[in-house]
Design a protein around this ligand. Structure first.
Ligand SMILES: O=C[C@H](O)COP(=O)(O)O
Length: 247
C-alpha cells in the first residue's frame, strides 16, 4: 500500500490570535487533497484556539512536549495535557531546538518515547549542517540522531521522520530533488536494517527546508519523499498548494 502523503506546517514562534484565526479559516475553506494528512503546529499559546477553530480532519501538533508526567516543571507541557486538549501530534528534535536550546539526542529520544508511549504522534526532525554535508557526513549525522531514538522506541508506526538539512531551513536554499531523495533513501535503508522491512516500507519520511509552492511538486515526485515539513510558507495561503503537491 502506498504511504499516505503528510504535510506539516510549523509556524515556529510566529502568529497572533488574529493571524492564526485567518490561517485556520483559509484551511477550513480550502480544497485539500483528501489523500494528504495535514497537521499544523502553532506556538503553544495558540494550540487550543487552533484546535477549537480548525475543521476535523486536520490535526494539530505541539512544537514540543516534556518527557515527564504532570508535576513541578515550570514552563513545560505534558503529553497528558496535549491529549486533554485534543492535540494529537508533537514536533521533536527540530534543529532550532537542538542548536539554540542545546537539546541532546538523548533528550529528544526520551521525549519521543514519552509521546509515543502516551499515544501522541511524533514528527521527528533530523538533519545536518552545511559543514557536515561538505565533510560527507550527512548520512552518519542523520542516522545517529535517529539511532538515539531507536534505542528507546521500537514501534515507529506513529513517528513521521522529517529530514531537514539545516542549511536549507529558512534560507531559500532548497535541497535539490536528488540530494533530498538520496538522504531519504539512506534513512529508509537504515530503518530496514534497524527496525525491519515493514517499518521501512511504512514509515513516512518528509522533507523540510525552504519548501514552497514552486518547488514542492518536483520534490513530491521522488520515491522516498512522503511529504513536507513547511516553515515560512505554512503561514501563507500558498500552504494549500503544498498540501496539494501530489494532487
Ligand atoms: O520546520 C520547518 C523547517 O524548519 C523549514 O522551515 P522553512 O520552510 O521556513 O525553511
Amino acid at each position: 500500500m502506498p504511504r499516505q502523503f503528510f504535510v506539516g506546517g510549523n509556524f515556529k514562534m510566529n502568529g497572533t490570535i488574529e493571524s492564526i484565526k485567518g490561517i485556520v479559516k483559509h484551511l477550513n475553506e480550502a480544497k485539500c487533497d483528501s489523500n494528504t494528512e495535514v497537521v499544523i503546529s502553532p506556538p503553544a499559546l495558540y494550540l487550543l484556539l487552533t484546535r477549537e477553530h480548525l475543521r476535523p480532519g486536520i490535526e494539530v501538533a505541539a512544537q514540543n512536549v516534556f518527557d515527564k508526567p504532570n508535576g513541578a516543571f515550570t514552563g513545560e507541557i505534558s503529553v497528558e495535557q496535549l491529549k486533554d486538549s485534543n492535540i494529537t501530534w508533537t514536533l521533536l528534535g527540530h534543529s532550532e531546538r537542538r542548536t539554540i536550546l542545546q537539546e541532546s539526542d538523548d533528550f529528544v529520544a526520551r521525549k519521543t518515547k514519552t509521546a509515543i508511549d502516551g499515544g501522541v504522534g511524533v514528527i521527528l526532525c533530523c538533519g545536518e549542517t552545511l559543514e557536515q554535508r561538505e565533510a560527507n557526513k550527512t548520512t552518519e549525522v542523520v542516522v545517529n540522531q535517529l539511532a538515539s531514538v531507536a534505542k528507546v522506541v521500537k514501534d515507529w508506526s506513529k513517528i513521521v521522520i522529517a529530514y531537514e538539512p539545516i542549511w536549507a531551513i529558512g534560507t531559500g536554499k532548497v535541497a535539490t530533488t536528488e540530494q533530498a531523495q538520496e538522504v531519504h533513501a539512506a534513512i529508509r535503508s537504515w530503518i530496514g536494517k534497524e527496525l525491519g522491512n515493514e517499518a521501512a516500507e511504512k514509515t513516512r519520511i518528509i522533507y523540510g527546508g525552504s519548501v514552497s509552492e514552486k518547488n514542492c511538486r518536483d520534490l513530491a515526485k521522488e520515491n522516498d519523499i512522503d511529504g513536507f515539513l513547511v516553515g515560512g510558507a505554512s503561514l501563507k495561503p500558498a500552504f494549500v498548494d503544498i498540501i496539494n503537491a501530489r494532487a
